[in-house]
Design a protein around this ligand. Structure first.
Ligand SMILES: Cc1cc2nc3c(=O)[nH]c(=O)nc-3n(C[C@H](O)[C@H](O)[C@H](O)COP(=O)(O)OP(=O)(O)OC[C@H]3O[C@@H](n4cnc5c(N)ncnc54)[C@H](O)[C@@H]3O)c2cc1C
Length: 274
């Protein structure tokens, strides 16, 4: 039961409501489609001024209630901007993307969520606010491990994507239909200088409840000459130990095969080899 619906205009008022136990609601696509019973007051966060995109010399700043459609339609700089738009375009259909927010996609924390995969490859960080405390910034890589820094009164207010010269990205996703949840997603990013890779990130989504970085593959490629063979070797070596949670969509073995193929392609794209 929704006991009350609030739509504050000031962040402090929203945080005070969350402190008293209200649940934040942004695009509502996850909250209203959940099978869990809602028995709470809701705090709509879409009128707090958190729907803005700002670009500075070294970062893209996304307010937590920026929608996927806003992202796709925005003039975003660099390879980072192009990558964010590419990933957002793969998520469900436009009417849904008009509602889904970047903060909601992170906080909803479902295994098929695509933006956390992209944000890990981008080395993004999130800003967390809580009533009566100074806002804190947490690397998305840390936020997705262990207990989430949002919830229980804490709100994601901003996502920050650093702009780094020379970084390139790759992204692959397999789903049954274009609009369906992914069986597997793989993303990669790196800089290549004189044929050698640095700052390598390799990320998988839809294999575990949360997206994760494949640090074994990353360290195998870091600082090395990058070729189709070195990519295939690094991915193959890590394949048997890839943590894959069973789900109803497809077998673990099938998803492992798909994950290795998609990772190879995503890494090759980031390396400029496809
Ligand atoms: C049919 C369908 C298909 C979908 N397909 C995909 C897909 O393929 N890939 C994909 O990535 N997503 C997909 N989604 C979207 C995804 O499952 C979630 O519904 C969506 O990301 C939630 O975002 P929202 O803004 O609507 O959040 P809401 O539904 O408003 O909130 C979701 C949860 O996050 C909390 N929350 C929201 N904002 C914040 C915040 N700023 N800080 C802290 N907590 C917050 C809420 O309290 C709630 O618990 C799909 C959704 C549907 C309904």
């Amino acid at each position: 039961m929704i006991r009350a619906y609030h739509q504050p205009k000031r962040l402090d008022d929203a945080l005070a409501l969350l402190k008293q136990g209200a649940l934040p609601v942004a695009g509502a696509t996850g909250l209203y489609s959940t099978r869990k019973k809602i028995d709470a007051e809701l705090c709509d966060i879409t009128d707090l001024g958190l729907g803005k995109i700002e670009v500075t010399a070294d970062a893209i700043h996304l307010g937590a209630t920026v929608t996927l459609t806003q992202l796709i339609d925005a003039d975003l700089p660099g390879e980072e901007g192009a990558f964010l738009k590419l990933v957002a375009r793969h998520i469900t259909a436009r009417p849904m993307r008009n509602a889904i927010t970047i903060g909601g996609n992170i906080a909803h924390a479902v295994f098929w969520a695509d933006m956390p995969v992209a944000l890990l490859a981008l080395d993004a960080s999130i800003e967390i606010a809580r009533a009566g405390e100074a806002a804190v910034t947490v690397a998305i890589a840390d936020a997705l491990k262990g207990s989430a820094p949002w919830g229980n009164g804490a709100l994601i207010t901003k996502v920050v994507i650093p702009l780094k010269k020379g970084r390139r990205f790759g992204y692959e996703r397999l789903s049954r239909t274009k609009n369906d949840y992914a069986y597997v997603t793989a993303a990669a990013s790196m800089s290549v200088c004189d044929g050698k890779a640095s700052d390598v990130r390799v990320v998988f989504g839809a294999l575990q409840p949360r997206a994760f970085r494949a640090t074994d593959i990353e360290s195998d490629l870091e600082g090395k000459a990058i070729s189709a063979e070195s990519i295939a070797q690094a991915v193959q070596k890590a394949a048997t130990d890839l943590p894959i949670a069973p789900n109803f969509r497809a077998s673990v073995d099938y998803r492992r095969d798909v994950a290795t193929a998609l990772a190879r392609r995503a890494i090759a794209q980031a390396a400029g080899q496809e």
